[in-house]
Design a protein around this ligand. Structure first.
Ligand code: ADP
Ligand code: MG
Length: 828
């Protein structure tokens, strides 16, 4: 406070509170002047918050009751106010709060205003400090005045001579505004005329002070100079403090701005990072989208392809279904027909049953007759020294050109040939009768021969092992009978031809696999005539199971039709000739053996059989004595002799039911083991020459054949009867079987239809599920596209946001720069 403690006079230190030139603060109350001038200058003096006051005498004072105010409250105190001057009581009342004074109807001109204050409320110190600004005519006249801090409590204080001008409206307004607490005022005095001259600084030097009105240099005392300097210094110090505070404020603002800028930058960075992430996400999403789209396209095309396939498959199935249905209806029709024919069949069955009865009677009679005949026959055979029931057909060739031209004597007689009797003229007139199952004259052709041989041959299809061989002297027609010529085919070809025909006829009930191999036995060696190259090692006969022999490594050609048969037979026949200088000679000295293996499967019963048919063209049976017995020929002849003897021995052993059958004595019998004996069927063609010249060999052959014919080859089954009963009897199981077969086929077809319907249904379901999948995938694609659009929107939104942030950042930067510039400018 400095001089603020003095009770009298003006205090230059307090001048800083004064904002206008000429006014001053006084630390005491109102002192009336004795001069009349002074008295006359007072226009209005109001006792704020108090009553009218009058003092008579030489210093007459008139103080009006409180009026001209707007707003505020009244304060009063009974405490005595120190330094109250001539009117201490005006300081005991005050107007307080939010208020102002407005003095009207003043003549236009200059006035001075005195303001009277005293702290009468907060007398105990700073708690109730009233710091306030006073505006006169809207201009700040006093700044942040705190009465207590200057004079303390219950002491008078004056702010004097505040210049003011009243305009044409004649109004002077005094406005009090609180800075801390509410302003109070105890009295206001308006005086006419401008305040007295005041001194203000115009430089550091106290000597250069100028009058504010006329700017004439004013001479000041040293004390005045010091006071003025101190006042200026204090004022500037205050200003500097204010500026410092402002600067601090600006710095704070700057700091705040900087912080907010940093925060904005950080946010911006974040947004950028986010943007980058979004951008990357968008990019990857785009890539993924592209891939997905590609995948979708692929999947779509695949599904389209699959769908087409399925549609085609379904069409195909439908077509098949239709075909099956039509077949089914056809079969149903046939089944109905079959069913319709059942009554007829029943009749037939009864007829058959009656016939069977008749047949049984007949059979009995027949058997009796047979037995009788057999006895007779056996007696006959015994009388002729022959036993057994092997079928032996005797065939005599015609005279050849040479024989015919030399008018030879024929030694054979065919008078009873139809009964199987053959007469041979021995030594001219002595005739010997040979009995065979058939006797063919030279006039009988291949058809006649085959007609009788075919039942035996074709029984291979019924599961029998069959052996047909031609025996006889060279040149008697063994090869002719078995092989024949291209125009006049023999038993081999005809048999196989018939096998295929029967197989074809039976194909609905039995399926056959027919394969053929062609072997040659020469000098006790087995040779494969179908092999394209000679085998690495010698072919050997192996027993694969009980009574079944096999030659491992032999070509076993499967034949599908009769054309292939002829080719195979020709291949075998041609191969037989290879390696021989004398074709006919070689073929006569080797056994040609065609082995036909038949594998049958009964489609009704599922029964499978495997049977063999041997067709053998034996080597010539002529005796050694007649042949050239030197070297190789001797070996050949011995081999032939051995094998034919072995054949005779085997047959003889079979005839005598010997415990040991010497099959292994020759390759020929070893190979034929499973088709000779047991329940196999054997047919022998004994070939003879009619020529007298060959009589010896003919007799020899006929004796051999007679011996063979006497052999019992086991329980040979009877061949088919030609009677009607037999035919019907045979037909009945076949018809039943066919019926069963048809029923089975219908049932199978129905099952097939059901299966196909099921399949079609499942395929349709699958197709539907595929279509659903496609729709699902299309939806997914749409969703992805939507998502992509959404993300693009978000991206643009983020872009905009980023732009806005950048703009905000830029404006922050600008603001900061301007603040810095302003602060720098103010400091300088
Ligand atoms: P083998 O094979 O027994 O040695 P072949 O079959 O070669 O005898 O017959 C010799 C010749 O006699 C051949 O020219 C053949 O055509 C002829 N031949 C044999 N049998 C008959 C026959 N029944 N009818 C006509 N010619 C025959
Ligand atoms: Mg021959």
């Amino acid at each position: 406070m400095g001089d603020g403690g003095s009770d009298t006079g003006e205090d230059p230190m307090l001048d800083s509170l004064i904002c206008v030139a000429g006014s001053s603060i006084k630390r005491s109350g109102f002192i009336a002047s004795h001069s009349s001038d002074e008295r006359e200058r007072r226009v209005i003096f109001v006792n704020a918050g108090g009553e009218e006051l009058r003092r008579q005498g030489h210093s007459e004072i008139e103080v009006e009751t409180d009026r001209f105010f707007q707003g505020g409250d009244v304060l009063r105190t009974d405490e005595e106010v120190a330094d109250g001057g001539d009117l201490p009581s005006i300081y005991q009342s005050a107007r307080c709060g939010n208020f102002c004074y407005e003095f009207r109807d003043l003549p236009p001109g200059d006035y001075s205003v005195d303001l009277h204050f005293a702290e009468i409320v907060y007398t105990n110190g700073p708690r109730g400090m009233r710091v306030f600004n006073v505006f006169i005519q809207d201009e700040k006249a006093v700044s942040e005045l705190d009465v207590y801090s200057i004079v303390g409590a219950n002491r008078a204080l004056q702010v004097m001579n505040i210049p003011v001008s009243a305009g044409k409206d004649g109004v002077v307004s005094v406005n009090f505004q609180g800075v801390v607490g509410s302003p109070t005022v105890s009295g206001i005095c308006i005086k006419q005329g401008a305040p007295e001259l005041q001194l203000v600084s115009s430089g550091r030097d106290g000597k250069s002070l100028l009058c504010d009105n006329c700017f004439a240099p004013v001479k000041l005392t040293a004390a005045e100079n010091k006071a003025a300097r101190m006042s200026f210094t204090a004022k500037y110090e205050r200003e500097i403090r204010e500026l410092k505070a402002q600067c601090q404020m600006k710095q704070d603002e700057c700091y705040e701005a900087w912080m907010s800028l940093t925060a904005a930058n950080q946010e911006l960075e974040k947004v950028r990072a986010e943007l980058d992430v979004k951008f990357f996400q968008n990019f990857t999403l785009g890539q993924a989208m592209e891939k997905e789209t590609e995948k979708m396209a692929k999947i779509s095309s695949k599904y389209e392809h699959d769908r087409r396939l399925w549609v085609a498959a379904i069409d195909e199935l439908e077509r098949k279904m239709k075909a099956i249905k039509s077949e089914h209806s056809q079969l149903s029709f046939e089944a109905h027909q079959c069913a319709n024919s059942i009554p007829g069949l029943n009749q037939m069955v009864t007829a058959v049953q009656s016939l069977v009865g008749q047949y049984d009677d007949l059979k009995m009679k027949f058997n009796e007759e047979q037995e009788r005949r057999k006895k007779l026959y056996n007696q006959l055979l015994e009388s002729k020294g022959c036993t057994g029931n092997i079928r032996v057909f005797c065939r005599c060739r015609p005279l050849n050109m040479e024989e015919a031209s030399s008018r030879p004597q024929t030694v054979v007689e065919f008078t009873d040939a139809k009964d199987g009797d053959l007469g041979v003229l021995m030594n001219g007139s002595n005739k010997k009768i040979y009995k065979f199952d058939r006797v063919y004259t030279p006039k009988d052709d291949q058809c006649d021969v085959f007609e009788d041989a075919s039942p035996v041959a074709t029984s291979v299809l019924d599961g029998y092992n069959v052996c047909i061989f031609a025996y006889g002297q060279t040149g008697t027609g063994k090869t002719f009978t078995m092989e024949g010529t291209e125009q006049n085919r023999g038993v081999n070809y005809r048999t196989l031809e018939l096998l295929f025909k029967i197989a074809e006829d039976r194909k609905k009930t039995i399926s056959y696999d027919i394969s053929v191999s062609v072997l040659e036995v020469y000098n006790e060696q087995v040779r494969d005539l179908l092999a394209s190259s000679p085998p690495a090692k010698r072919l050997e006969i192996k027993q694969v199971s009980e009574g079944v022999n096999h030659v491992p490594g032999v070509v076993d050609m499967k034949v599908e039709n009769v054309d292939e048969v002829w080719n195979i037979l020709q291949t075998g026949s041609n191969a037989r000739a290879v390696g021989s200088n004398n074709v006919n000679g070689h073929s006569s000295r080797s056994h040609c053996m065609i082995c036909t293996v038949v594998r049958a499967k009964n489609l009704v019963t599922g029964e499978c059989t495997r049977s063999k048919l041997w067709l053998v063209d034996l080597a010539g049976s002529e005796r050694l004595a007649k042949t050239d017995v030197q070297g190789e020929r001797l070996k050949e002849a011995q081999s032939i002799n051995k094998s034919l003897s072995a054949l005779g021995d085997v047959i003889s052993a079979l005839a005598t039911k010997s415990s040991h059958i010497p099959y292994r004595n020759s390759k020929l019998t070893h190979l034929l083991q499973d088709s000779l004996g047991g329940d196999s069927k054997t047919l022998m063609f004994v070939q003879i020459s009619p020529s007298e010249h060959d009589l010896g060999e003919t007799v020899s052959s006929l004796n051999f054949a007679t011996r063979v014919r006497g052999v019992e080859l086991g329980p040979a089954k009877k061949q088919s009867d030609t009677t009607e009963i037999q035919k019907l009897k045979l037909m009945l199981p076949f018809c039943l079987c066919q019926l069963k077969c048809k029923d089975d086929t219908i049932r199978k077809l129905e099952e097939n239809v059901q299966v196909l319907e099921g399949k079609t249904k499942s395929k349709e379901q699958f197709s539907k599920s595929q279509q659903d999948k496609i729709i699902d995938l299309e939806n997914q694609v749409e969703l992805k596209a939507e998502l992509c659009g959404h993300l693009e929107k978000r991206l643009s939104h983020v872009y905009e946001k980023m732009q806005r942030k950048e703009e905000a950042c830029y404006s922050f930067q600008q603001k900061v720069i301007s603040f810095i510039i302003l602060a720098t400018f103010q400091r300088s």
